[in-house]
Ligand binder design. Structure first.
Ligand code: ADE
Length: 237
């Protein structure tokens, strides 16, 4: 999968996405990640990307031209690629649809994703009208920009690209994948500071282990995130 990120802070990305599993996915050519400087798509000497809002109000608004032209340039660059029709443009913004594991899995099915990092008080509405397919929020809080959200989205969707996580089972049992939070996990030593690993996990009784894990998942979910079950029953009704 190819992902182009359009940002005014390209330097923020490498420390996070140049390490660990994401870096390995890049080296294995499973993920082709291209971080791009939005200011390369400005035409004035000061490389301006924002301006005052029409109608007044605090803060600045991101101008339409650099973002729209940046998307057009990337689309031209990949137009010859096979399946270029599956290229999608996502704008990171607190006004977007809530990012979930389901959306991560869906985004991971595209050949090519362009992520636009919003800033300031917002983005000129015409950017949405002209080039954005999806607007994505990582939660009900406002960050200073779309860079951290873009990294969250990339990290989360990369886990669903075939070959990134050794074990397909690992993502299948993730919290959220099946509507329940993940059960508690233990590793050695069997006793740590007087806290013992539950004996069933050391019993070799696979049915007993599966049952224990299911019960723990249910208990955790009802205690911490009952809303997950409520929304689940609403969608399956
Ligand atoms: N930009 C600022 N806050 C954001 C959020 N919560 N999600 C996505 N982009 C954002």
């Amino acid at each position: 999968m190819r992902i182009d990120v359009m940002t005014i802070f390209p330097g923020m990305f490498e420390a996070v996405l140049g390490e660990s599993m994401i870096q390995r996915a890049r080296e294995a050519k499973i993920l082709d990640l291209r971080i791009r400087d939005l200011r390369q798509h400005t035409h004035d000497r000061r490389r301006t990307v924002d301006d005052r809002p029409y109608g007044g109000g605090p803060g600045m608004v991101m101008k339409p031209e650099p973002l729209v032209e940046a998307v057009e340039a990337i689309r031209r660059d990949c137009a010859h690629a096979p399946r270029s029709a599956s290229c999608r443009v996502a704008l990171m913004s607190p006004q977007g649809e809530r990012f979930t594991d389901r959306l991560a899995r869906e985004l991971a099915t595209h050949e090519h994703l362009i992520i636009l990092c919003g800033h300031y008080e917002g983005v000129d509405e015409r950017v949405r009208r002209l080039v954005v397919d999806r607007e994505v929020s990582i939660g009900d809080y406002v960050l200073t920009g779309g860079e951290l959200p873009a990294m969250v989205v990339i990290d989360s969707l990369a886990r669903h690209l075939p070959g990134v996580i050794g074990h397909a089972q690992a993502t299948a049992e993730d919290s959220f994948a099946n509507g329940w939070l993940e059960y508690p996990q233990y590793t050695r030593p069997p006793v740590y500071r007087q806290l013992e690993v539950p004996s069933v996990l050391r019993s070799g009784d696979h049915r007993g282990i599966a049952l224990w894990r299911k019960l723990q998942s249910v208990a955790r979910t009802l205690a911490a995130r009952p809303d997950l079950r409520e929304s689940d029953s609403q969608t399956t009704r």
